[in-house]
Structure formats: structure tokens, C-alpha cells
Design a protein around this ligand. Structure first.
Ligand SMILES: Cc1cc2nc3c(=O)[nH]c(=O)nc-3n(C[C@H](O)[C@H](O)[C@H](O)COP(=O)(O)OP(=O)(O)OC[C@H]3O[C@@H](n4cnc5c(N)ncnc54)[C@H](O)[C@@H]3O)c2cc1C
Length: 384
């Protein structure tokens, strides 16, 4: 082993790049690795909620998202059957609008900010094993694109490597809680749709939505329970997508039919949410690696950006108590979001019930934002 790092972060997307950036800003020597390529897309729609935009604004990276032409979202419309409830965004705390940047943009902007903070970044390098001493993780073994093996020494290894986290598997991170439901999502991109703001539509048994994003495109998705997903999407996803869209929102379906499709639809067949133990000796998990919930509430990126700050703070303090505080905060803020999301993903609701679940979600998001603002003011209790 040659260079020793204060922290090795595995996974260079929203969770990992943000965590690495924040640790480097605290003076830590950080290596950020990803097996994938810089500036690429991933299987995800990408609507940010207030908390996510707040973090980007606080860290000074939001102007780059705006400068890239990401459209401002100032209104969110919930459609329960034929009833529409539109909510205008209240500008506060540096959040003037919401945004839904493509992941190829968001993740790259965060990697760039990490590099500027002093992080060493390597793409095309995969972590396949961890090094241990006396039960503590002290580094990792990697393979680069040429097949060259390297050993990396680090006081802390952070798994920000997504739902199938290799770090979580290698440390055998205990599963603390699992969701009961999982929805399937099919989404694609269209130009010429002409709607403004976020639109979320619900009918019993299915939902859909339209999210404005870069390059004049809208991301349009449909979500259904896995049971009907198998029946609906047995053949090519395109016709089933259009049929489901017409069923949930004939108006949005008409707009999509009048638009121009950009690329083939992407399919996420569903995966039940979970909480994994957030840390152990010499390791921690952040983002989807540690806590995943159904994408039906479009909240994973926001939570990853929230937790990046908390785990970076724990890493800078470096004590078991600081990591315990990170885990407690993650779980306390996430549980109400997780429960409401699981209930929505069940698709066993009627329209008043899903509306009530959205109100619960909104309360949980307010708590999350209040926590981030308190962290900004430095009024959170310090871990001992
Ligand atoms: C269909 C769908 C729609 C979604 N829509 C939304 C939405 O609208 N809004 C929202 O907020 N969230 C949404 N989400 C959730 C969101 O995509 C995730 O919460 C988010 O991607 C988590 O980011 P992450 O950085 O933790 O992990 P990821 O984005 O999964 O990144 C993990 C990275 O780790 C790398 N990696 C993995 N293993 C290794 C290894 N062994 N060595 C090196 N590198 C490795 C991968 O290459 C990858 O780049 C959606 C998810 C899905 C599936």
C-alpha cells in the first residue's frame, strides 16, 4: 500500500461525490472511485425536492445546474383522478425554485465540485474486496479498466455504491428494516410536451407524472404494482406505456402523443426498500447503499444529499458517537418518508387515502428541511 487516505468513497454519484466534496472541504484527504464513467446517465428519474435543492444551494453548486439550462419548477400539481391541486413553491432559504437535472449533469457537477475541493477522483475502477485489521476496515482492493489490481489504504471506507452495494455486502452490513411493497416504473423523454412544473397523477392501481428537465425535454413516467406490471408490460414497453398513460391521465397522454420521443423507454421492475446498518468499524454507508425506498415518491436523491452532509460531519469528527449520531439522524428523518412511500407503493389506496399519504410525506419533508437549516445554523447537538 502506498498513499494513505483519510477516506475512500466508493461510488461517485449524488451520494458519494457530495460526501467526498464535503469531507475534503473539512480538510480530509479523500479518494473517490467509481466503476462507471464520468458524466454518464443512470436508471433514475431525477426530480429534486426542496431539501435537495437547499443542499445544492448551500454548497454553492446550484448555479452550475441553473447555468446548464435546467428549467426552474415553481409549481407542483397533484392530480387525484380528475381533481387537480396545484401548489406554488414558497421561495425561502435560498430556494427560489425546484429543479430536475439529468443525472449526467447533477452527478458530474458534484464530481467537479469534489475535485475543486481537493478530492482525487478515479473512474473506471471497481472495488472488489476490503482490507481489514483486527476487525476494522483499513482499505480496499480495486481493479482498473486494464485489469490492474491496486490496494488502497484508508482510515474510513464509505460505501456510496448504490442498492447493490459491494461495501455493504463485504462488511455484511445488517439489514435493519425492509419495505413490504415495490412499484415498477417505466419512463422516457419527450420534447414538445409544453407543461410547466411537476405533475403527479394518481388513479387507483397506477400513477404517472411529467418532470421538466434539460434540453427542452420532459421525463414522463408510469408506475404500477409489480403484479400488473408483469401483465401490462409483457411485450415491448412502448405500447403498454402509452396505454397506461392514457388510463391515468388522458390529457398528459395527448400531450405525449403530440410530442417527439427522445430515445427508448427505460424500465425499473421494482425493488423493496430497506435500511442497512449505517456504519461499523472503519466503514459507513450513505445514499442508496444504506437506505433505499421505492422511487414512487421521487425522494432518493434529496435524501442522499441530506445524508452526505451528516456522514461527512461524522467522518470529520471520527468518533463512534459521531457515527451513531449520523445513523440516528438518518433513521429518524427517513422513517416517516419510508413508511409513507411504502404505503403509496402498495397501490391498495383510494384517492382520499393517497392524498392523506402525500400530506404525511409533506410533513416529513418539512422536518427534513428544518433539520438541514438547523445544521446550516450550527444549532444541532454536537456528538460527544
Ligand atoms: C426508476 C427510478 C426513478 C427514480 N426517480 C427519482 C426521482 O425522481 N427523484 C429522486 O430523488 N430519486 C429518484 N430515484 C432514486 C435515486 O435514483 C437514488 O436514490 C440515487 O441514485 C441514489 O444515489 P447514490 O449516489 O446513493 O447511488 P447510485 O446513483 O446508484 O450510484 C452508485 C454508484 O456506485 C458505483 N459503484 C457501484 N459498485 C461499485 C464498486 N464495487 N466499485 C466502484 N464503484 C461502484 C456505480 O457505478 C454508481 O455510479 C429513482 C430511482 C429509480 C430506480
Amino acid at each position: 500500500m502506498t498513499t494513505r487516505y483519510d477516506a475512500l468513497v466508493v461510488g461517485a454519484r449524488c451520494a458519494g461525490a457530495a460526501t467526498a466534496m464535503l469531507m475534503a472541504r473539512k480538510g480530509m484527504r479523500v479518494l473517490l472511485l467509481d466503476r462507471g464513467a464520468y458524466g454518464t446517465d443512470t436508471l433514475s428519474t431525477h426530480a429534486l425536492m426542496r431539501g435537495g435543492v437547499l443542499q445544492l444551494a448551500r454548497w454553492g453548486v446550484l448555479p452550475r445546474i441553473v447555468a446548464a439550462g435546467t428549467p426552474a419548477v415553481r409549481r407542483t400539481s397533484f392530480h387525484y383522478g380528475a381533481e387537480e391541486i396545484a401548489i406554488d413553491l414558497r421561495a425561502a432559504d435560498g430556494v427560489e425554485a425546484l429543479y430536475a437535472p439529468r443525472r449526467s449533469l447533477l452527478d458530474a457537477v458534484l464530481v467537479d465540485a469534489a475535485v475543486e475541493a481537493g478530492v482525487e477522483v478515479r473512474h473506471g475502477e471497481i472495488v472488489f474486496a476490503l482490507e481489514r485489521s483486527d476487525g476494522r476496515v483499513i482499505g480496499a482492493a480495486t481493479l482498473d479498466a486494464t485489469g490492474k489490481r491496486q490496494e488502497i489504504a484508508a482510515d474510513l471506507v464509505i460505501g456510496a455504491d448504490g442498492v447493490g452495494s459491494a461495501v455493504a455486502r463485504l462488511v455484511e452490513a445488517p439489514m435493519l428494516r425492509e419495505a413490504r411493497h415495490a412499484s415498477a416504473t417505466v419512463f422516457g423523454y419527450w420534447s414538445g410536451i409544453g407543461t410547466e412544473g411537476y405533475h403527479w397523477h394518481y388513479v387507483p392501481g397506477a400513477s404517472t407524472g411529467a418532470i421538466p428537465t434539460n434540453a427542452g425535454l420532459h421525463c414522463v413516467f408510469v408506475s404500477v404494482p409489480p403484479s400488473t406490471y408483469r401483465a401490462r408490460f409483457r411485450g415491448a414497453p412502448g405500447p403498454a406505456f402509452e396505454a397506461t398513460l392514457r388510463e391515468v391521465s388522458p390529457a398528459l397522454a395527448a400531450r405525449v402523443e403530440g410530442g417527439v420521443r427522445a430515445g427508448a423507454p427505460a424500465v425499473f421492475a421494482g425493488r423493496r426498500g430497506f435500511f442497512r446498518q449505517a456504519f461499523g468499524p472503519g466503514w459507513a454507508l450513505v445514499g442508496d447503499a444504506g437506505y433505499f425506498k421505492d422511487p414512487i415518491t421521487a425522494h432518493g436523491i434529496t435524501d442522499a444529499l441530506r445524508d452526505a452532509e451528516a456522514v461527512a460531519e461524522a467522518a470529520a469528527q471520527g468518533t463512534p458517537a459521531a457515527f451513531a449520531a449520523y445513523a440516528e439522524t438518518r433513521d429518524a428523518l427517513s422513517l416517516p418518508l419510508f413508511e409513507a412511500t411504502d404505503a403509496i407503493a402498495a397501490f391498495d389506496w383510494d384517492l382520499p387515502r393517497v392524498q392523506a399519504l402525500h400530506k404525511a410525506l409533506n410533513q416529513a419533508m418539512k422536518q427534513e428541511v428544518a433539520h438541514m437549516l438547523a445544521a446550516q445554523r450550527g444549532v444541532l447537538p454536537e456528538a460527544a
